[in-house]
Design a protein around this ligand. Structure first.
Ligand SMILES: Cc1cc2nc3c(=O)[nH]c(=O)nc-3n(C[C@H](O)[C@H](O)[C@H](O)COP(=O)(O)OP(=O)(O)OC[C@H]3O[C@@H](n4cnc5c(N)ncnc54)[C@H](O)[C@@H]3O)c2cc1C
Length: 344
C-alpha cells in the first residue's frame, strides 16, 4: 500500500475539475484501512473519503489524507422464501452491483441502473431515480467513524433516509467511512414503472406481449438515462446539480396561481404538508437551459445538469451556479441548493 503525496485528482472527479490531494491512498483490505487510519492519526492528517467522484466539487487543494476503497466483495448473508440479503463492499462500482444483483436473481435496484459512483456512497445521499430510492433496499450500513475510529453498524431506520439525505450526510457530515452496505432484495421481480417514460414502455411491451422482466426494465432505464444525461467521460458533469426544492403545500399553491404549469410532486414522508418541485423546470423557465457562462453550461436536454468545458475551473462553476440561483430566486422566490458539496 502506497501513500502518494500531492496526488492529482482531476481524473477522479466527473466534473474533471483540477485539484490535488495532500496525500492519497487506495486500500484493498480492512487491515490496510486500519493501518491508514492509524497513520493518519499519528501524523494528525484529516481523512477524507473519495468514491467515484461523481457527486462532489473538487477544490484545488484537498488537505489531509484522501482515501478510496478498492474493496469490491459481494457476500450472501441469508435468504428466506421471498428475499435474499447481500453484504456488498463500498468500493464496488454501483452500476456493476445493479447488474450483478439481477444476475443473482435479487431484485429491486433496476431503476437505479447507470447511476455513477460507488456502492459506499449510495446511502450517503440515498441515491434515487425513477421512483426508487436506495434506502428502500438497504437493511444495514457498516463502517467506521473517522474522528473516533469507532466501528458502527446502522439499521435502515438509524440511517434516517429521506430525499437525497441520510444520517451520514447530516449528523456525521463526512466523519463516517462506509465500508459495507447490506441489501435485502426480492426473489420475485416486481416492476416499478410509475415514472411516465417507463410506464409508456411497459404499456408498449404489454401490447407487444413482451415479458416485463428485470433485465428489460434495466435496459429501459439505461436507454432513458443515455438519452437525457450527458456522459461524464465526454462532457464533465455531476448529474443533477441542484436538488429539487422542498416547499410547503401552501407555498406551492401560491406559486401555482402564478405558474400553473409548475411541476409539483408529493413527498412520500410528509403526509401532504410539503411538496417537491422540479428544479430543472425552474431553471428552464429562467432561460438557462442550454445557456453558457464562461466555460460552464446548463445542459441542452436537461437544465438541471451543469456541464463544464475543457479547461474549466472551480470559478467557472461557482459563477454559473450563483447566476442560476439568483435568477431562480428573483423569479420564484426559491433558493436552489447544490447537490454536490465542495471536497476540500
Ligand atoms: C451523470 C450523472 C448522473 C447522476 N444521476 C444520479 C441519479 O439519478 N440519482 C442520484 O441520486 N444521484 C445521481 N448522481 C450523483 C452520484 O452519482 C451519486 O450521488 C453517487 O452515489 C456518488 O457516488 P460516488 O462514489 O461518486 O461519490 P463521491 O462523489 O466520491 O462522494 C460523494 C460524497 O460521498 C462521500 N463518500 C463517498 N464514498 C463514501 C464512503 N464509502 N463512505 C462515506 N462517505 C463516502 C464523499 O466523501 C462525498 O462527500 C449522478 C451523477 C452523475 C455524474
Amino acid at each position: 500500500m502506497k501513500i502518494f503525496p500531492q496526488y492529482d485528482l482531476s481524473a477522479l472527479n466527473t466534473l474533471s475539475l483540477p485539484g490535488r490531494a495532500e496525500y492519497f491512498c487506495r486500500f484493498n483490505t480492512t487491515s490496510d484501512l486500519l493501518c491508514l487510519l492509524r497513520e493518519a492519526d499519528e501524523r494528525q492528517l484529516k481523512v477524507k473519503v473519495l468514491g467515484g467522484g461523481s457527486n462532489l466539487i473538487l477544490q484545488p487543494q484537498v488537505s489531509g489524507l484522501v482515501i478510496q476503497s478498492a474493496m469490491d466483495g459481494v457476500v450472501k448473508l441469508s435468504e428466506d422464501e421471498s428475499s435474499v440479503t447481500y453484504c456488498v463492499d463500498a468500493g464496488l462500482n454501483w452500476h456493476q452491483w445493479v447488474l450483478r444483483s439481477i444476475e443473482l436473481g435479487a431484485y429491486g435496484l433496476e431503476n437505479l441502473a447507470l447511476i455513477p459512483g460507488s456502492v459506499g456512497a449510495s446511502p450517503v445521499q440515498n441515491i434515487g431515480a425513477y421512483g426508487v430510492e436506495v434506502g428502500q433496499a438497504i437493511v444495514a450500513v457498516r463502517g467506521v467513524q473517522l474522528s473516533t475510529q469507532q466501528w458502527m453498524s446502522f439499521s435502515q431506520q438509524q440511517c434516517s433516509f429521506s430525499y437525497r439525505d441520510s444520517v451520514f450526510k447530516q449528523q456525521f457530515n463526512n466523519d463516517f467511512l462506509i465500508t459495507q452496505v447490506v441489501f435485502k432484495l426480492a426473489k420475485v421481480f416486481e416492476p416499478q414503472v410509475s415514472y411516465a417514460p417507463l410506464n409508456k414502455m411497459a404499456e408498449q411491451a404489454l401490447v407487444n406481449k413482451l415479458d416485463i422482466n428485470a433485465q428489460r426494465v434495466t435496459d429501459w432505464v439505461i436507454g432513458v438515462r443515455n438519452s437525457k444525461l450527458p456522459n461524464p467521460a465526454e462532457t464533465p458533469n455531476a448529474g443533477s446539480f441542484f436538488t429539487n426544492p422542498i416547499i410547503t403545500k401552501s407555498q406551492a399553491d401560491e406559486l401555482l396561481k402564478l405558474f400553473p404549469d409548475l411541476p409539483v410532486y408529493p413527498l412520500v414522508d410528509s403526509l401532504g404538508a410539503r411538496v417537491k418541485i422540479a428544479a430543472g423546470w425552474l431553471i428552464d423557465q429562467c432561460g438557462w437551459k442550454g445557456r453558457s457562462l464562461g466555460l460552464a453550461k446548463m445542459h441542452d436536454q436537461q437544465a438541471l445538469v451543469l456541464t463544464l468545458k475543457p479547461g474549466a475551473c472551480q470559478q467557472d462553476l461557482v459563477s454559473i451556479q450563483q447566476a442560476v440561483q439568483a435568477d431562480v430566486m428573483a423569479k420564484f422566490g426559491i433558493q436552489l441548493r447544490p447537490e454536490p458539496q465542495p471536497f476540500r
